[in-house]
Ligand binder design. Structure first.
Ligand code: FAD
Length: 298
């Protein structure tokens, strides 16, 4: 073996051992899944978009708490890995080639505080869990419409849903964040502490650090009248249908949210052949008030 070949082997060996050492040094309370393990393969199933399986993260780390997040950040900085965070896993941006994926799903506490006026949620909470917890206290926040979406991921991008006409975007209801910085510190971000970051986080996406917790303002919430109606739209007058929909008087009211979609889709409309294509009109209505009121309006 010539000298160049020996040098190359030594370099490869030192790269290999340094990665192995670094992996062993990732001392978290949570769980680390490396490529080649069943846990790594299973970890992709938490991503809503199946295209995530085409990505090759360096590892998935299911963190247990804030200190695990700091450990991951320091580790990634030390060995030069990219960092990404996965909350609800509803976007592809949380599964990145070559990155350490910090999965926050185990940080899922929900505390209702200050005489029920605020709720403090861990970074791994999903919309459905937060909504259900608040419902028991007659409270609500303007989340998105899908219960499986992560509450942090949703709020970092705005967060629009049925209560938005009344209370604004989810991000408009943030009182404070706790965040792990890339320097490895936990900071509080609100209108008086790190106020510039507070401005940036409310709509600027998730690239400023790892949010570990959010406090939201809550609102009294009564039962609502809501649902989806699907009609066979063969032969309907589309223009008249849309105009009638737009004309509903209650739309000017904050209590009403409505969506209309007219599209050719596979349907199970009674009378149509199974699996056939039929144009349908889908009306989604949401009335923030008693059922009898909602019924009379709709
Ligand atoms: C089926 C479906 C329904 C949807 N419905 C709605 C809706 O009704 N209203 C609406 O407004 N939007 C809706 N969306 C869009 C959705 O809110 C965004 O895609 C949101 O960013 C998803 O958040 P997540 O935590 O589930 O996803 P993730 O992929 O886990 O995260 C999304 C982004 O936020 C970052 N992020 C997550 N957690 C953290 C953290 N702790 N710190 C820093 N960065 C973080 C991730 O790195 C990534 O860039 C929907 C999306 C889908 C697929």
């Amino acid at each position: 073996m010539n000298r160049n070949a020996i040098c190359l082997l030594l370099v490869l060996f030192s790269v290999f051992t340094s990665k192995c050492d670094a992996t062993e040094n990732l001392d978290v309370k949570g769980t680390v899944y490396l490529p080649g393990t069943q846990g790594y393969i299973d970890a992709f199933s938490a991503s809503w978009n199946s295209r995530a399986t085409t990505r090759s993260p360096a590892m998935f780390v299911y963190v247990q708490d804030e200190s695990d997040i700091i450990t991951c950040i320091n580790y990634a900085q030390r060995i030069g890995l990219k960092i990404t965070v996965r909350g609800g896993g509803h976007s592809l941006r949380s599964t990145v080639d070559g990155a350490i994926v910090i999965d926050t799903s185990r940080i899922n506490y929900i505390y209702i505080e200050h005489d029920n006026t605020t709720v403090r949620v861990g970074a791994g909470c999903k919309v459905g869990a937060v909504t259900k917890a608040l419902q028991d206290f007659g409270l609500g926040i303007p989340t998105g419409t899908n219960e499986d979406v992560g509450i942090v991921g949703l709020s970092l991008l705005g967060g629009q849903g049925y209560l938005t006409r009344k209370y604004g975007l989810l991000v408009d209801n943030v009182v404070a964040y706790r965040m792990a910085t890339m320097a490895g510190h936990i900071i509080t971000v609100n209108s008086s502490q790190n106020a510039d970051l507070f401005w940036a986080l409310r709509g600027g996406g998730g690239r400023f650090g790892v949010v570990t917790e959010i406090t939201f303002t809550t609102h009294p919430q009564q039962p609502v009248y809501a649902g989806t109606m699907i009609f066979d739209a063969s032969g309907i007058n589309y223009r008249a249908s849309v105009q009638a929909w737009l004309g509903i008087r209650a739309m000017a009211e904050q209590a009403m949210e409505r969506r209309l979609c007219i599209a050719p889709i596979f349907t199970n409309i009674p009378g149509s052949a199974p699996g056939s294509f039929r144009p349908v009109a889908i009306y989604i209505i949401f009335w923030d008030g008693p059922a009898d009121q909602g019924q009379s309006i709709i």
